[in-house]
Design a binder for this molecule. Structure first.
Ligand SMILES: [Zn+2]
Length: 427
């Protein structure tokens, strides 16, 4: 058992309501399976009496908060981040595919996986749903490294048997065999999960999408991850490929790829019928605001998402996204929310933004009560924030008169310097 005394930020059960304990105590200890989980959380004054003989690490002036959850990120695109391109499709062709082709080499994958996980942790991200590449070895590299570090990490081999260049294109039947082999090898091992990963509709043949959907039906607790309706050229391309489908999203539905634990990045150019379909099937959106602003793809409609009530949370989408930092992503989500020319503009509350990248993202992934929060029973993945990490942060946060003001200052001014330490449950 171990306890930490600091300010605490977490979320009330089943809500986006932030709780802030100025002088708090977080007690961590093993659960029945021996995994380190939160045993108690609350004010230092009330809780310290219940745990009199416990060793307490005192962190004055620091805030302990849940580790961030990134709902959509491409680990092989470390070196693609910040590449100039004329929108999504040229960006894929000129940068993404050539870089991803290097991951046929297991050594290259291992080096990238180590760097990638270091970078996640430096930025306070403790769980991610990640694309690997089409090479099975790229999944082994990432999940092998995540296992060494005791991380809760989900990843999958990309499926792309058409409209893809040599070096990343896979073979229909073999790709499905490889996927099932990787599910059996990794899913549910330690804290790891597997995601069936069709890249997007244009890159997958009908047979590959059908096979992916069959696997998604057979392995119900395995995740599904893909992209939908990011960009108008892409939407038009899918319309050409499937002229009879009601919408782009509907194509995934036809193949059995909409269900709980299915996560689609972007969901920008969709309508209310699509939103209802997401709601009714339990499908989640990974909102990727830095990527959408960088590639000029469009703006996620928060008002429509709330109105129709489907699951969503935040994601970096590195390398289309421009930063690993959850603070950059939350700030970009605020910009996207504010945009009011193409859809209704709204000012997202700072606690709401934070929730979307922690407990809300965990809920959208089907991991509610396990990660993304610090309620009793949650796995003890957390960050220690120093709100005085930079001169401007120190000046600004000292003047915060409310929790909203404090959180918004951290979101707007924060970066990796704010993350003093990232603590992983079992590490
Ligand atoms: Zn993506």
């Amino acid at each position: 058992m171990k306890a930490y005394r600091a300010s605490l930020l977490y979320f009330a059960a089943n809500s986006a309501q932030a709780v802030f304990e100025e002088d708090g105590l977080l007690v961590v200890g093993p659960n029945a399976e021996g995994r380190q989980v939160v045993q108690a959380i609350g004010s230092y004054q009330s809780l310290s009496k219940d745990w009199p003989s416990l060793a307490v690490e005192h962190l004055p002036g620091r805030i302990i908060a849940p580790g961030f959850v990134d709902m959509h990120i491409h680990y092989p695109q470390l070196d693609v981040i910040g590449s100039p391109a004329e929108g999504l499709l040229p960006w894929l062709e000129n940068y993404t595919f050539p870089h991803e082709s290097r991951f046929s080499d297991a050594g290259y994958g291992a080096e990238s996986a180590t760097f990638f996980i270091d970078e996640l942790l430096r930025n306070g991200v403790t769980t991610a749903l990640a694309f690997a590449t089409s090479h099975p070895a790229s999944v082994d590299a990432l999940l092998g490294e995540a296992q060494k570090r005791s991380l809760r990490m989900i990843a999958g081999k990309v499926l792309q048997d058409q409209n893809s260049p040599d070096g990343v294109r896979d073979l229909t039947e073999q790709s499905l065999v490889d996927t099932e082999t990787l599910i059996n090898k990794w899913h549910g091992v330690d804290r790891l999960g597997y995601a069936i990963t069709p890249r997007f509709v244009p890159s997958c043949s009908e047979a590959q999408l059908r096979g992916a959907g069959e696997l998604a039906g057979r392995y119900a607790d395995v995740w599904v991850q893909s992209h939908v309706a990011e960009n108008l050229d892409e939407v038009a391309w899918v319309k050409q490929l499937y002229p009879n489908a009601r919408s782009y999203l509907d194509v995934y539905g036809q193949f059995g790829l909409l269900r709980p634990r299915a996560v689609y990045a972007h969901c920008i150019h969709i309508d209310d019928e699509d939103r209802a379909l997401m709601h009714d099937t339990g499908t989640a959106a990974a909102v990727s605001p830095t990527s959408n602003l960088f590639l000029g793809s469009g703006f996620f409609d928060y008002v429509a998402a709330e109105r129709t009530g489907f699951l969503y949370g935040l994601a970096s989408d590195v390398g289309g996204g421009t930063s690993f930092s959850p603070f950059s992503t939350m700030l970009a989500a605020y910009y996207v929310g504010r945009e009011g020319q193409t859809k209704p503009g709204v000012s997202l509350k700072p606690a709401q933004l934070w929730w979307q990248h922690t407990a809300g993202a965990a809920r959208a992934l089907g991991l509610e009560g396990l990660v993304g929060n610090l309620l009793p029973g949650c796995e003890a993945d957390f960050v220690v924030l120093n709100p005085k990490a930079t001169p401007l942060l120190a000046r600004k946060t000292t003047q915060s008169a409310s929790l909203d003001e404090l959180l918004f200052a951290l979101i707007v001014l924060g970066d990796d310097r704010l993350i003093e330490k990232t603590v992983i449950s079992d590490a």
